[in-house]
Each structure stands twice: as structure tokens, then as C-alpha cells.
Design a protein around this ligand. Structure first.
Ligand code: IPE
Ligand code: IPE
Ligand code: MG
Length: 240
């Protein structure tokens, strides 16, 4: 079997372990988040290089509001800083930004920056970079259900319309294929409310390394491992 042809179209990454990376070095957690942004840059660059179609990054979950207010502020500031400093580069490299999650509760300045990044890269047709902010799989599903009920009440849809593909039209990931591969570093073996609907048949790849230590080489290793996986989707192998 030629594994080189088994490239994923969509890779989703749970960027975890920034805090522990910093603590291990006697640094404040925010330094871990800063270092995490450098790893993120590297992985976006590598994704472009290999011609990946979709890269989704989990940046802030609906549960991350439980953190101290200063840490939340730091994370939001870093996000705005990242977008401001990278936007020209992303534009020049044909990257298109999409946001997953409900950004309405975020600070106005953050919303403005996110919308700007989406608008200014909307026409690009290279890598689609999905950033999950205030994202939770359960929240996304609830918002989708509300959207469907709203449309049914308005007479724009009926119960008989509801099937998998109709439902997906109400998710934040509308039009985006399901992730083929989910990468979670940091030594945790859980999904933490990430893309619950979409990862039903995704391949999962875990690593003990903290996100700031994650490199393009590790990304390549995950892709190599992915290429060896046998995705059966509940069926049987043709050679069995
Ligand atoms: C991931 O790193 C960043 C976000 C959740 C936004 P963490 O901050 O969760 O780092 P750990 O898991 O505490 O080490
Ligand atoms: C998942 O990491 C969320 C993001 C990376 C944005 P967490 O650190 O929030 O997850 P748990 O708390 O370990 O499950
Ligand atoms: Mg964590």
C-alpha cells in the first residue's frame, strides 16, 4: 500500500500544555501561552508547505472562562496580537481565516480584530485556518438546534428536512469536511468538548509533549502515523 497518498485534508489540533510548559521552567503561565503562539506559527507554516486544505486550532474553549480573569485577558490579547502581526503574511500566503465558536461575548476589540481577519482573507483559496474561540462542541450543537427550530417556526424548514447533511448546515463548520486527524499534545487523553459532532470518525493522535515544544517534525510524525491507519468507518477491509 502506498501510504504517501493518504494525506489528511483536515487536521484539528488541541493546543494544550502551555501552562505546564511555563510552570516547569519556573515561568508565569502567560509565557507558556506566548511560547504556544510560536509553535502555532510553525504549524501553520508547515501546513501551508505541505498543501494541507484545512487546519483547525482550538484556542479557547467555552470552559476556559473558568480561568482567572487575568489569564483570560492574556489569552485574548495574544490572539489579537497574533492576528495583527500575522495578517499580512496570511494574506500574502493565500490563507483564509474562519472562526468556530460564538464570539459575541468577547470584548469588542477582539471581535473587531477577528472579523477583520475573516473579511480580509475571505477571498483566499489556500489553507483554510479555522480558529476555535469560545468554542465548545456541546454549545455548537445547542446553537445549531436553536437555529433549526427558529427556521422551522419561521416556516423556512420542516422536520422532514432534518438529516445529517441538513444538520451540518447549522454548525460552525458548515461547508468544512470533518477532521481526518485530531492531534492532542500535553499528555491528556481527552477531547475536552472539541468538535464533538465532527470527530465521530476522526483518527486521534496523542503526544506527551507540551504544545510550545510541538514541532513541524512532530506534525510530520502524526501525519506519517495517520497514513498507516486503517479507517473502516464501521465497515470491513476489502482485503479481509
Ligand atoms: C492550552 O494550554 C491553552 C488554552 C487552553 C487556551 P493550557 O493553558 O491549558 O496549559 P495547561 O494544560 O494548563 O498546561
Ligand atoms: C483544551 O484544553 C482547550 C484548548 C486547548 C483551547 P484545556 O486545558 O482547557 O482542557 P482540559 O481542562 O485539560 O480538559
Ligand atoms: Mg490545558
Amino acid at each position: 500500500m502506498d501510504s504517501t497518498i493518504k494525506n489528511p485534508r483536515h487536521v484539528a489540533v488541541i493546543m494544550d500544555g502551555n501552562g505546564r510548559w511555563a510552570t516547569k521552567r519556573g515561568l508565569p503561565r502567560v509565557q507558556g501561552h506566548r511560547a504556544g503562539v510560536l509553535a502555532l506559527r510553525e504549524i501553520v507554516k508547515h501546513s501551508r508547505k505541505i498543501g494541507l486544505e484545512y487546519l483547525t486550532l482550538y484556542a479557547f474553549s467555552t470552559e476556559n472562562w473558568k480561568r482567572p480573569p487575568q489569564e483570560i485577558k492574556n489569552l485574548m490579547n495574544l490572539l489579537v496580537e497574533y492576528l495583527k502581526s500575522e495578517i499580512n503574511d496570511l494574506k500574502a500566503n493565500n490563507v483564509s481565516i474562519r472562526i468556530l465558536g460564538d464570539i459575541s461575548p468577547l470584548h469588542a476589540a477582539v471581535i473587531t480584530q477577528l472579523n477583520k481577519a475573516v473579511e480580509e482573507t475571505a477571498a483566499n483559496n489556500g489553507l483554510i485556518l479555522c480558529v476555535a474561540i469560545n468554542y465548545g462542541g456541546r454549545d455548537e450543537i445547542i446553537r445549531a438546534v436553536k437555529g433549526i427550530v427558529r427556521d422551522i417556526n419561521a416556516g423556512k424548514a420542516c422536520i422532514e428536512d432534518i438529516d445529517h447533511s441538513f444538520f451540518e448546515g447549522y454548525l460552525d463548520t458548515k461547508g468544512i469536511p470533518h477532521p481526518d486527524l485530531v492531534i492532542r499534545p500535553s499528555g491528556e487523553f481527552r477531547i475536552s468538548n472539541f468538535l464533538l459532532w465532527q470527530i465521530a470518525y476522526s483518527e486521534l493522535w496523542f503526544s506527551n509533549c507540551y504544545w510550545p515544544d510541538f514541532t513541524a517534525r512532530m506534525f510530520e510524525k502524526a501525519l506519517e502515523d495517520y497514513a498507516k491507519r486503517d479507517r473502516r468507518y464501521g465497515g470491513v477491509n476489502s482485503v479481509d
